[in-house]
Ligand binder design. Structure first.
Ligand code: PGA
Length: 266
């Protein structure tokens, strides 16, 4: 397992978000399945994001494979009286190199605000984790023509006070809320439009050099049969996969499709 603080900028980045699924035995089996495919996946940066309860099993199953490990959420303080929370420092200690921050399910069901997400992002960074910073518009916002406004404000709020150097260790995940777990994937053109917008905003904030190197991944019903066309888009550098990451075969196929498309992009 790779203990990395920064993501690679020259290969597809694919993370599997297992959400609140799998017991310890199932998690171990899935991690073993992904780790065994390791030699075929070296053309990508791969990260598994299991529930906290199976973190130790997954870490052990990954052994010395280059597959990374991430947490699904963190608190912004390192420790203290925050019942039910896990800190970025604890994730680091558990072997994580990454942490998901601002997933739409956290925003939607647990009331996470841009300000809280900003604190979590900084905590992840301070503790040597690479935050995977999620953002995306709801269906209502898209239909009312407010996608751009929403994305720009989530970006500004989440990245407030973060320097260009610090941002270099952040992966941005665009996940339209209406596409998550719905089987309704954004079209490649829809995804690219928002990825392009994010890169332009990053360029305004951090300059063209930093924006050009930023890793931007797409999430929302990514499957083996749509990974290739999505990855072919200029500003899509990888994927955050939910449902299709719960089965080794489909997750591995998605990674291989991204590697294939990446060769053509170079
Ligand atoms: P999905 O989830 O692939 O099941 O749509 C993506 C995510 O929530 O990260």
């Amino acid at each position: 397992m790779e203990d990395t603080m920064s993501a690679a900028f020259n290969k597809p980045f694919v993370a599997g978000n297992w959400k609140m699924n799998l017991d310890q035995t199932q998690a171990r089996e899935l991690a073993v399945g992904v780790a065994q495919a390791g030699p075929d996946l070296t053309g990508a940066e791969v990260v598994l994001i299991p529930p906290f309860t199976s973190m130790a099993q997954v870490r052990e199953a990954l052994g010395h494979s280059p597959v990374g490990l991430g947490g699904q959420n963190c608190h912004w303080e390192d420790k203290g009286a925050f019942t039910g929370e896990v800190s970025a420092a604890m994730l680091k200690d558990a072997g994580c190199g990454y942490v998901l921050v601002g997933h739409s399910e956290r925003r939607q069901f647990f009331g996470e605000t841009d300000a809280a997400i900003n604190k979590k992002l900084r905590a992840g960074h301070k503790n040597g984790l690479c935050p995977i910073f999620c953002l995306g518009e709801t269906l209502a916002e898209r239909e009312e023509g407010r996608t751009e406004l929403r994305i720009v404000s989530q970006l500004a709020g989440g990245l407030e006070g973060l320097t260009g150097d610090e941002f270099e260790r952040v992966v941005v995940a665009y996940e339209p809320v209406w596409a998550i777990g719905t089987g309704r994937t954004a079209t490649p053109a829809q995804a690219e439009e928002v990825h392009g917008l994010i890169r332009r905003e990053l360029s305004k904030k951090y300059g063209q050099g930093v924006a050009a190197c930023a890793i931007m991944i797409y999430g929302g019903s990514v499957k083996p049969d749509n990974a290739l066309v999505l990855y072919q888009e200029k500003d899509i550098d990888g994927f955050l996969v939910g449902g299709a990451s719960l089965e080794a075969g489909s997750f591995i196929t998605i990674i291989k499709e991204a590697i294939k498309a990446d060769r053509k992009k170079q």
